[in-house]
Design a protein around this ligand. Structure first.
Ligand code: HEM
Length: 280
């Protein structure tokens, strides 16, 4: 007699899912079961959407398959961002799939942006000690901030492209988040005009809504002392969990390095932040 077919297949595992609690597994499985309906709801104009494989941060999510542990890692992010409220998690995931389709978020990684406007303003560079990629935003790199922020749609596509490129270096097997550095060297109060303020709040909102639980830590460096109060303006715009991950550190390589070298090896950190590498 052949052996009976197991009722419940073993969940695919990786180093991250092995740390899931039972409560987390239960919530992830519930969300995964709802995936065909979630995708159908999010993509009303796509025929047979419930069978469609979608891209989330470089990972294909096939609603008909359960054998990719990376998908469980991603779904847990929506669960956690919704405080384990399953209805809320379904709403969040639906909204994110819809937004990714409308914004064409995955396509931003292949888009070209004018080098004279965005060159040096943002880059993905090196890894932290745990292997998380690091993205840098150097909003004072260009004297012409109007060119960077004047066309809001173009700025947002560029900023999302940077985030998506960073996430392509997150494997969701051993690491599931990234580190970010904002460098404000060279910005002044007059750099904060209506365009840059709108760009900052819109970008923050997109990250809050559609990139949940992906930030490990975010450092603000070279912040002019007269502008540190701006940090607090963002408190109401981001969740308290995200706000707790934001840190204003010093100015200049020695003082920045003192903090960043706790998280990043010198060989992975640009010289201007106290490391040993040339970033260009
Ligand atoms: C002209 C000056 C500034 C510009 C152009 C600017 C630009 C931006 C932009 C575009 C974002 C959106 C999120 C992102 O790109 O990752 C952002 C977020 C943020 N900025 Fe600034 N910023 C300026 C000054 C400052 C200063 C002086 C501080 C004080 C530390 C600050 C603190 C923050 C915080 C806390 C966030 C939210 C973090 C997040 O959404 O992840 N900004 N800024």
């Amino acid at each position: 007699m052949s052996a009976p077919t197991p009722q419940v297949e073993a969940e695919p595992q990786n180093a991250l899912t092995q740390k899931f609690t039972q409560k987390e597994w239960d919530a992830v499985k519930e969300l995964r079961t709802a995936l065909p309906l979630i995708i159908e709801e999010a993509l009303p104009n796509v025929p047979d959407a419930r069978l469609k494989t979608i891209d989330m941060w470089g990972v294909p999510i096939d609603p008909g398959r359960v054998d990719d542990a990376r998908v469980s890692v991603i779904l847990l992010k929506f669960v956690k961002a919704s405080n384990f409220n399953s209805e809320e998690a379904i709403k969040r995931l639906t909204a994110t799939i819809k937004w990714r389709e409308e914004f064409k978020a995955s396509e931003t990684i292949n888009e070209e942006f004018p080098q004279e406007v965005f060159g040096g303003v943002g880059f993905v560079f090196g890894k932290d000690k745990a292997g998380r990629p690091i993205t840098y935003n150097v909003y004072g790199a260009k004297s012409d901030l109007h060119a960077v922020f004047g066309d809001l749609e173009r700025f947002l596509r560029w900023r999302i492209s940077l985030m998506e490129k960073g996430l392509r270096q997150v494997d969701f097997q051993t690491v599931d988040s990234l580190m970010q550095v904002h460098d404000y060297l060279g910005v002044g109060l007059n750099s904060r005009d209506a365009n840059s303020k709108k760009a900052a709040s819109e970008a923050s909102k997109i990250f809050q809504d559609h990139y949940p639980e992906l930030l490990h830590l975010k450092f603000f460096v070279n912040v002019p002392s007269l502008m540190t109060w701006i940090f607090w303006l963002f408190k109401p715009l981001v969740s308290s969990a995200t706000f707790a991950k934001l840190k204003v550190v010093g100015s200049g390589p020695t003082s920045i390095g003192k903090e960043l070298l706790q998280h990043v090896d010198a060989t992975e950190l640009p010289k201007q932040y106290g490391g040993q590498r040339d970033s260009s």
